[in-house]
Design a protein around this ligand. Structure first.
Ligand code: S3P
Length: 175
């Protein structure tokens, strides 16, 4: 099957997948979808409450069901994912996978600099324990690299430059 023409942004919590998706949407004049927002809206529940009430396993099933839907029904879109979405079985069938990469320290600095830093930590159950989150980042960095078609180092970069780099890589990918 020919690869679908969605652009799928993966990477660790807080790295800026949502903001990058919105900027890329405007640059490419496309539409963007956010996996966490789609799950929250479908189940009418916040992610942190899904984790609390049903557990992480059930959340991962929701992500897998969403992934099936995206593969079957979505085209021409920029898709920002939750940090664990890369594990869905059909990831590569959804589109071109772009890993937004940063060190754990870079991510935590980015979160702390935002005006609603506490809210950003509070809504992410897997960011509560910083030591565990750091270990998770180390493990996932390797896994994100394995599944990515394109890797963009976003640490300390302005969104404008990140978009430029993505565009350049997408053009290479097509040729
Ligand atoms: C998760 C990341 C979160 C959200 C959930 C689990 C993860 O999304 O999907 O809390 O496993 O890394 P963000 O990457 O947008 O924070």
């Amino acid at each position: 099957m020919k690869k679908k023409n969605n652009i799928v942004l993966i990477g660790f919590m807080g790295v800026g997948k949502g903001a990058t998706a919105r900027a890329l949407r405007d640059e490419l004049n496309l539409f963007n979808l956010d996996c966490d927002d789609m799950i929250e809206s479908a189940y009418n529940m916040k992610i942190k409450n899904i984790f609390k009430e049903f557990g992480e396993k059930k959340f991962r099933q929701m992500e897998q069901n969403l992934a099936k839907y995206l593969e079957k029904s979505v085209n021409n879109s920029i898709i920002s994912t939750g940090g664990g979405f890369y594990k869905v079985k059909n990831l590569k069938n959804i589109g071109t996978i772009i890993y937004l990469k940063s060190s754990f320290e870079g991510i935590m600095d980015r979160i702390k600099q935002s005006p609603n830093a506490n809210k950003k930590i509070e809504k992410r159950p897997l960011l509560k324990d910083i030591q565990k989150a750091k270990e998770l980042h180390k493990k996932r960095d390797k896994e994100y690299k394995k599944v990515a078609d394109i890797i963009i180092d976003v640490e300390n970069k302005k969104i404008k430059n990140i978009i430029k780099e993505i565009n350049k890589e997408l053009k290479k990918d097509k040729s």
